[in-house]
Design a binder for this molecule. Structure first.
Ligand SMILES: [Zn+2]
Length: 319
């Protein structure tokens, strides 16, 4: 039995014939009686799985959105932007390559993560500045927004708080959208590079990965032991990182970030925040991470105060 894309190990631009739920016949030649049809397992080519006669019918069931957000107040981005027109830059923090640093953002401040020098990915953790138990919740932020976040998306905290920690108010990479490979920018689907996965896959050790960088920076900033800081580090917002899932095998992929010097991601702090940002050792994450091979650049964090021209209650609307 032949599988249409068997052996195709290279990512290809979106092809409606490859792995599409709209073309269930991909896995089974049309001439084969469906009652006796079998499908090779994509990851285990020697394994055959029986295809039920109503396979096409089952695949054709349309999806529904898991978490409709129509009832949520939507951020009035125009109001946010007009509020920061009179902003004043108060602080600028430069994070060296393959390192991390913490920073505090008072409620009501905007902050930007800016690319300087060259294409560079950043791994961001966010905490309630007064309670490290409350932190960014990548999974629910993904479920409530999408796999890659941009202007107008809230970044939510973990349970039981589940409230916006920050709102994305500007993104110079918002033009990117979803590319032909299914890739997008600023993902909330990955985790962070860490020494344990690296050891699992390669047997080696590497301690300038984002997990370790974030742990060291949080420990130093909060004055807590490394072991405690490590437990506080959580799944990140992958700032500027370009990622997706392969259409045929569903595997997590990365590709060269489209970010260039001058690009930034801007957020509004909805509560007093403690941020922690790692400059990923993967650089633009076009090839490798968890090593010193990739070319890396610093990232800047800027925050600013603003003189409110509008009442805060106007920052959200139901329209
Ligand atoms: Zn990393």
């Amino acid at each position: 039995m032949d599988i249409k894309h068997e052996g195709d190990e290279h990512l290809q631009p979106s092809d409606p014939m490859v792995g599409s739920p709209q073309r269930p016949g991909n896995l089974v030649p049309d001439h084969q009686p469906s009652t006796h049809a079998q499908s090779k397992h994509l990851r285990h080519p020697d394994i055959y799985v029986a295809v039920p006669p109503d396979a096409a019918e089952r695949r054709a069931v349309p999806p529904v959105i898991c978490y409709p957000v129509d009832t949520l107040p939507r951020p009035n981005i125009t109001a946010y932007r007009s509020a920061r027109e009179s902003w004043t830059l108060t602080h600028r923090l430069t994070i060296p390559p393959r390192d991390a640093a913490c920073f505090t953002i008072p409620k009501g401040h905007f902050f930007r993560i800016r690319c300087v020098g060259g294409p560079q990915v950043g791994d961001l953790n966010l905490f309630n500045a007064y309670n490290l138990e409350e932190h960014f919740y990548s999974g629910k932020t993904r479920a409530l927004n999408r796999t890659h976040v941009s202007i107008g998306d809230h970044l939510y905290s973990n349970l039981p708080w589940l409230r916006p920690l920050a709102t994305i108010t500007d993104d110079t990479l918002a033009w990117y959208g979803i590319d032909a490979y299914g890739g997008g920018v600023h993902d909330v689907i990955g985790t962070r590079c860490d020494p344990y996965t690296h050891r699992l896959l390669s047997g080696g050790t590497y301690h300038r990965c984002c997990h370790s960088n974030l742990t060291r920076a949080l420990s130093a900033h909060a004055g807590i032991p490394l072991a405690e800081a490590e437990r506080r580090v959580h799944d990140v917002l992958n700032v500027f990182m370009c990622t997706g899932f392969t259409r045929d095998t569903g595997q997590y992929f990365m590709k060269a970030s489209p970010v260039r010097p001058g690009d930034y991601l801007e957020m509004f702090a909805e509560i007093d925040l403690l941020g922690c940002l790692s400059t990923c050792p993967g650089g633009d994450c076009s090839e490798v991470h968890s090593s010193d091979r990739a070319r890396c650049y610093p990232l800047e964090v800027e925050d600013a105060i603003y003189e409110p021209r509008i009442k805060r209650r106007n920052l959200h609307s139901n329209v």
